[in-house]
Design a protein around this ligand. Structure first.
Ligand code: KIV
Length: 270
């Protein structure tokens, strides 16, 4: 059974792999490839639902995607990413929304975009048996406050705040920490300061693991952040296949005999 304990134990050992997935077929591919953690990211909003930001994503949408991913996953630890305002405002609402991901959808853990407002909640969720992955640096749910999806922790004060919050979340019981779009030397300092594993995205090579959005990796995203790497070109292959289908229908080549059947009994119907 996948467990967050196995992830915790690996801090400082071989690199941890994490990718997003939002549906069963993708989760199956990601799991079969041996990825350690699957994040049902609220990046679902940009990657799949056509939003410009993650802010409109709902708990129901993440729950539905989490259930699909869990049903297709045998080995990876599945982490449900809690959407904007589903936590942090009212503790019992936050506990209920996070608990739903484990209780109803079968997730192994939740991820919270973290800040001072999530330290006590991380403690409470951990006490209740809900493993929490923290997330610092660029937290896209703060896009309106940050004025864009910019690199974070770029001056000494900001870097110290991130380091302090990382320690606070480790003390509160987080089992891992995502560090997004921060300088590599800050990510290295945070990684050295913590016992729990750090998973970087746009945070350089010195974190304990790496995470990317799967659509960026396979080449399906319309736009990708500068720190992502495309390892395939699924969009071109989809365009080719869909174009060939349209051509085949328009030319009458599809459906062919092997796609149809004829019933003798139906011959004299009119
Ligand atoms: O929603 C997401 O996909 C994320 C990752 C980019 C870490 O939070």
């Amino acid at each position: 059974m996948p467990s967050v304990r196995s992830v915790r134990r690996r801090a400082g050992e071989e690199p941890i792999t994490m990718l997003t997935a939002y549906d069963a077929p993708t989760a199956r591919v990601v799991d079969d490839a041996g990825v350690d953690l699957i994040l049902v990211g609220d990046s679902l909003g940009n990657a799949k639902l056509g939003y410009e930001t993650t802010l409109p994503v709902t708990v129901d949408e993440v729950a539905s995607a989490t259930g699909a991913v869990v049903r297709a996953t045998d080995d990876a630890v599945v982490v449900a990413d809690m959407p904007f305002l589903s936590y942090g405002a009212d503790e019992s609402d936050g506990v209920e929304a996070c608990g739903r991901m484990l209780k109803e959808e079968g997730a192994d853990a939740v991820k919270l975009e973290s800040g001072p407002h999530t330290v006590d909640l991380t403690d409470r969720l951990t006490d209740l048996g809900i493993p929490v992955m923290a997330h610092l640096g660029l937290t896209p749910q703060h896009v309106n406050q940050l004025g864009g999806f910019h690199r974070q922790g770029t001056d000494r004060d900001a870097a110290e705040r991130i380091l302090e919050l990382a320690r606070d979340h480790e003390d509160a019981g987080a089992f891992g920490l995502v560090l997004e779009h921060v300088p590599a030397n800050l990510a290295e300092a945070v990684t050295d300061a913590l016992e729990i594993p750090t998973i970087g995205i746009g945070a350089g090579p010195e974190t304990d693991g790496q995470v990317l959005v799967v659509d960026d990796v396979i080449g399906l995203s319309e736009r990708s952040p500068p720190f992502a790497e495309q390892f395939g070109d699924v969009r071109s292959e989809m365009e080719r296949a869909v174009g060939d289908y349209v051509e085949a229908v328009e030319s009458g080549d599809f459906p062919a005999d092997e796609h149809s059947h004829v019933e003798e009994d139906v011959h004299d119907l009119y």
